[in-house]
Design a protein around this ligand. Structure first.
Ligand code: UGA
Length: 441
């Protein structure tokens, strides 16, 4: 429990905003969350959460019941008596790869004349280095300090990450404002890095780009392993046991995606260019990832005899990673796009797209128009020349491969995540082809 309970406003009830609001309420603060979408506000007041995030619906319900969490329409309405205001609105990839600050600017315009004197405005959205300064200028209020407090939440474990952070990063010109923001998290006992705003903004990009670099490196290594007859699984285990490297983020895949890594790598690239700095390493990291979907598609073509044109292919997993229902910038869809362009007849199945009523995901798939979504794993296998694993859903490991084999037209699985047990497939007479694996030759 925190020593002191603050009055907090959170602007934006998206993934980051809602998690922040519910978690801060659970720490004992009084949180009002302002959101433009009135229908969403109505739903959230009934604790109807449409984001697939373990623990989040429960925390929202608890906060509402305890009177520590409330949802209102609009930003200004939420900030009336706030001591700390969190901006958690989207900063999508805009023109030329830079972050689009339209939503941030719209909120600032709305709240500018309503913020209580002496409150602290916190940027939680990932924003280009230097935005805190621009925010302060746009706000034009000497009595409101601007703080950068980036989040490091992973989709699918956002609540756990929020409540068990590796670190808290808080940056501001005002030491008092930075200390007020760190005090919100006092109950968590996490190490806190207090710095200036630009450095705090930079930490977020630096961390995400480093993670992307780790993955592009591993995906490139996997390709080299294939050529040299080495095994990427053994190689990453051997590397990962070095404490300086660590075992996480070393699994090869169809490329890194989602709503953060692609956006942030591109944004840092643009920021570097604008500063006249040639960030060659980062350019290579992005280029390696851009090649990855075609590389997986090539493996699929090879597995079905050279060409996928007119060939039925079943896709296992469409979301950008397991445990989410998020299709934004999904590497699985990038692979599907390449296969579709080469004339494949695609059927897809994803456990995350069955769980909830989710028009957004279904609209996105319909708009892409590259595959038929089915809700049974045997339907995705039916008459397919090959199955392709694109998302690492745990349940794929436990599939009844004998039944899958009976449904398949061609008995081969391309494992784009090195996720399955090749022996289990072999027992059912299915050939397994992974990434960077010597047995895949
Ligand atoms: C990422 C960061 O991990 C968070 O720390 C950060 O807060 C967040 O972005 C953000 O900026 O908001 P997230 O986008 O949820 O979180 O996804 P990750 O779990 O990082 O996965 C990113 C991509 O890398 C996925 O496509 C995933 O499948 C892929 N990946 C991850 C691999 O291919 N192999 C791995 O070993 C790990």
């Amino acid at each position: 429990l925190t020593v002191h309970s603050y009055r907090v406003a959170v602007i934006g009830a998206g993934y980051v905003g809602l998690t922040t609001a519910a978690c801060l309420a659970s720490l004992g603060h009084r949180v009002t969350c302002g959101e433009v979408d009135a229908a969403k506000v109505e739903r959230l007041r009934r604790a109807d959460v449409r984001i697939l995030e373990p623990g989040l619906p429960e925390l929202v319900a608890e906060g509402l019941a305890a009177g520590r969490l409330d949802f209102v329409v609009g930003a200004a309405a939420a900030t009336a008596d706030a001591e700390v205001v969190f901006l958690c609105v989207p900063t999508p990839m805009g023109e030329g790869g830079t972050a689009d600050l339209t939503a941030v600017e719209a909120v600032l315009t709305e709240v500018r004349d309503h913020l209580p004197a002496g409150c602290v405005l916190v940027n939680k959205s990932t924003v280009p280095v230097g935005t805190a300064g621009r925010t302060a200028a746009l706000l034009g209020r000497d009595d409101v300090a601007v703080v950068s407090n980036p989040e490091f939440l992973r989709e699918g474990s956002g609540v756990r990450d929020f409540l068990n952070p590796d670190r808290i990063v808080v940056g501001s010109r005002s030491r008092a404002a930075a200390e007020r923001v760190s005090a919100l998290y006092a109950g968590l006992g996490a190490p806190t890095v207090l710095t200036d705003a630009a450095s705090a903004e930079m930490v977020k990009y630096a961390a995400n780009c480093f993670l992307a670099m780790k993955l592009s490196y591993v995906n490139s290594l996997a390709e080299l392993c294939e050529r040299l007859g080495a095994d990427i699984g053994d190689v990453t285990e051997g590397m990962g046991r070095d404490n300086r490297i660590g075992p996480s983020f070393l699994d090869p895949g169809p490329g890194w995606g989602g709503s953060c890594l692609p956006k942030d790598t591109n944004a840092l690239m643009r920021v570097a260019e604008a500063a006249g700095f040639d960030f060659g390493i980062l350019r290579s990291v992005i280029a390696a990832n851009d090649r990855q979907a075609a590389r997986v598609a090539d493996k699929v073509a090879e597995a079905v005899g050279g060409s996928v044109s007119g060939v039925r292919i079943g896709l296992l997993g469409l979301t950008f990673k397991a445990g989410t229902n998020d299709l934004r910038d999904s590497p699985a869809l990038a692979v599907a796009g390449v296969l579709h362009a080469r004339g494949a007849d695609l059927v897809g199945y994803d456990p995350g797209l069955l769980a909830l009523d989710q028009p957004e995901a279904h609209d996105l798939l319909a708009a892409a128009g590259i595959l038929t979504l089915v809700d049974d794993v045997l339907d995705v296998a039916k008459d397919a020349a090959a199955l392709v694993v694109l998302t690492e859903w745990p349940e794929f490991r436990g599939l009844d491969w004998h039944r899958v084999a009976d449904a398949l037209a061609g008995r081969v699985v391309v494992d784009g995540r090195n996720h399955l047990d090749p022996d289990a497939l072999a027992k059912a007479g299915i050939a397994w082809r992974g990434l960077g694996h010597r047995h895949a030759q």
